[in-house]
Design a protein. Structure first.
Length: 617
């Protein structure tokens, strides 16, 4: 009790961490140990690594080294687990030995001071099989029904992979705790930390260097025009019903492409192409055909490619779908948002559900490999019953992919959102309930949670890439393609050449002026140094693979900025980690952005305005 009372009291679950078998001249039986274990594991399970804290120190006078042998056989992905089973070599005359051992442990985490207080057994043998069984139960690892998959790159010992489909309910307290402004990490460093100017000559030089390293590129075309304003939307857009703007804009895009093509000594291999907006289907099928044919005229397109576009259900015609399909497009995404008429009215997106059903049917009849539906939660006037109806409508269509986006209320940057009566927005608790219900419905319907608001059916290439560890993330979101660079064409578009980022002018007039002078339209950006590239690598590993391996040369920097963040995440069972690396837990999959933040040195080392980013949930 003296030991227990002397521990820090700021964490309620710590009250159980020091449950010990106090050996006072009498043997502690296995039955007593089991009883203590049952009591301890009846506590909240949000601390996965604490489930191992009660693993005893099974010491006999004649095998004092056995605990070290046991320890060396445990998985190594958690550095602090190396201490969890450290033994108190308890002899009749040395009952205080555990404290001596404990005091020699690293003290950077107060709660670790208690992790090794064991159940000290004397007078009875405990087999390795019993210890292993207790370890599997206590740590929550899968049993023999699930395969052990070697991973020599990330960790020294084999690790168990949890089923991808497992679903864990997230507590409201946890959602509230992590519902803080955080980037979506489509880049690192994120845009707010970019320089307001860019050295164009350096950009061109690095572009050429990167193209020499890899001819494969991803291409993004921003088509900004919309016929009406969706007031929830934060994208760069131009509202007009004048379709004569199409030709002028297309010619500017092709001029910009010519400037980049002059920097490529060989034909590029376009493995990925995406049309975003705005509303790409604002453009006529004929104009889209003209644009894409000229882009692809002096480019190579591999058999395995991913060409996709965003379509508005109200103006996407069968001719749009057929024309783009004939040009090699195989994926399409439709903005469903919400099917409730009142919600549609307040966000100025009147869209009969029959239109969504029709365009999806056309896409499937034509032969598109994947159809995605975008849904948004947290919109004005959105309630749980209304969202459930929207989700049911979407599931009846059974799209291959679903993007379940959180409405980002940022009226300080998106002026149209100022039209909303903020009293119509769901409260923070209500929005979190919408999030919970939506994710649960998707999972029950058989969708796999890819991460960061994306779900897909088991046969989809995105799920296959997720399971194989080949998923990638860029400014277009998750993708199954990994190319050397992303080239963005059009107003406000962003390019990523690995060594740096550059963004185009944000107004159409400024974009036209720059392009018509025969110059690239880039005006701001960032060139990555070695540390930036390392942190981007870790963020991509977390976001795309749910794990990361820490290079030895990075440990000093990670100890300075990252490890204390991971400790906090581990307390909530979002990650398990050690100096070798980390693994995102099933629960942590709901908080990928928060975990990525642990490697965002720009954010961690600077005072950031609270209104820079949208909430994580």
């Amino acid at each position: 009790m003296a030991i227990l009372l002397g521990l820090p009291k700021f964490e309620a679950h710590f009250r159980a961490d020091c449950l010990v078998g106090f050996v006072r001249g009498q043997f502690v039986t296995l039955q007593e140990i089991d009883a203590r274990y049952r009591v301890s594991t009846g506590l909240p399970k949000f601390e996965a690594h604490f489930r191992a804290d009660y693993l005893g120190v099974f010491v006999l006078e004649n095998i004092r080294e056995a605990p070290l042998e046991i320890l060396s056989g445990l998985p190594k992905f958690e550095a602090h687990f190396r201490a969890d089973c450290l033994v108190g070599f308890v002899l009749e005359n040395r009952r205080e030995a555990p404290l001596a051992i404990l005091s020699g442990l690293p003290k950077f985490e107060a709660h670790f001071r208690a992790d090794c207080l064991g159940v000290f057994i004397r007078g009875r043998f405990v087999t390795l099989q019993e210890i292993d069984a207790r370890y599997r139960v206590s740590t929550g690892l899968p049993d023999a029904r699930y395969p052990i998959i070697p991973d020599t790159y990330h960790f020294y010992a084999p690790r168990h992979l949890l089923p991808l489909q497992s679903m864990q309910q997230v507590s409201l307290d946890l959602l509230q705790k992590y519902n803080v402004p955080i980037p979506r990490y489509t880049s690192y460093p994120t845009v707010p930390y970019w320089d307001e100017t860019i050295d164009v000559s350096t950009w061109k030089s690095l572009f050429t260097q990167r193209f020499d390293e890899s001819r494969e590129i991803s291409l993004y075309l921003h088509l900004p025009f919309c016929e009406s304003l969706c007031t929830f939307c934060g994208c760069n857009k131009r509202i007009t019903t004048n379709h004569t703007v199409e030709e002028t804009y297309m010619l500017a895009l092709l001029k910009e492409w010519e400037i980049y093509r002059a920097m490529m000594p060989h034909n590029p291999v376009i493995r990925e192409l995406h049309l975003g907006g705005g509303t790409p289907t604002f453009f006529s099928p004929g104009n889209l055909k003209y644009l894409i044919e000229h882009i692809l005229a002096d480019s190579d397109v591999p058999t395995e490619h991913e060409f996709g576009f965003e379509g508005h259900p109200n103006n996407t015609t069968r001719e749009h779908l057929q024309t783009l399909f004939d040009l090699g497009f195989n994926r399409v995404s439709f903005g469903m948002q919400d099917s409730n008429p009142e919600v549609q009215k307040v966000i100025n997106r009147i869209q009969p559900h029959a239109n969504v059903v029709q365009v999806v049917q056309w896409a499937r009849e034509i032969g598109y490999e994947s159809v995605n539906l975008d849904l948004v939660y947290g919109l004005p006037l959105q309630t749980l019953p209304r969202l459930e109806k929207t989700i049911q409508d979407a599931l009846e269509i059974k799209p291959d992919r679903i993007a379940f986006y959180s409405y980002a209320h940022v009226p300080w940057t998106s002026k149209a959102q100022r039209l909303f009566d903020e009293n119509d927005l769901p409260s923070a608790d209500e929005k979190m309930q919408l999030y919970q219900v939506g994710k649960k419905r998707f999972m029950v319907a058989g969708y796999t949670d890819i991460g960061m608001d994306h779900f897909a059916l088991p046969g989809d290439l995105m799920v296959q890439a997720h399971e194989a560890g080949n998923l990638h993330r860029n400014f277009m979101g998750y993708t199954v393609q990994q190319t050397g660079m992303l080239v963005g064409l059009g107003v406000s578009s962003i390019s990523d050449i690995y060594y740096g980022f550059a963004q185009n002018k944000k107004t159409i007039q400024e974009y036209y002026e720059q392009i018509n002078r025969g110059e690239l339209a880039v005006f701001k950006g960032y060139f990555l140094d070695e540390v930036d590239q390392k942190m981007r690598h870790y963020i991509l590993d977390v976001a795309c693979r749910g794990k990361a391996h820490f290079a030895k040369e990075d440990l000093e920097l990670l100890r300075q900025y990252t490890f204390h963040e991971l400790d906090e995440l581990a307390l909530d069972d979002l990650v398990t980690w050690g100096e070798h690396g980390l693994i995102v837990t099933d629960l942590g999959k709901h908080f990928i952005r928060n975990i990525c933040k642990a490697f965002d040195l720009k954010l961690l080392s600077a005072e950031v305005q609270k209104k820079t980013f949208s909430q994580a949930v």
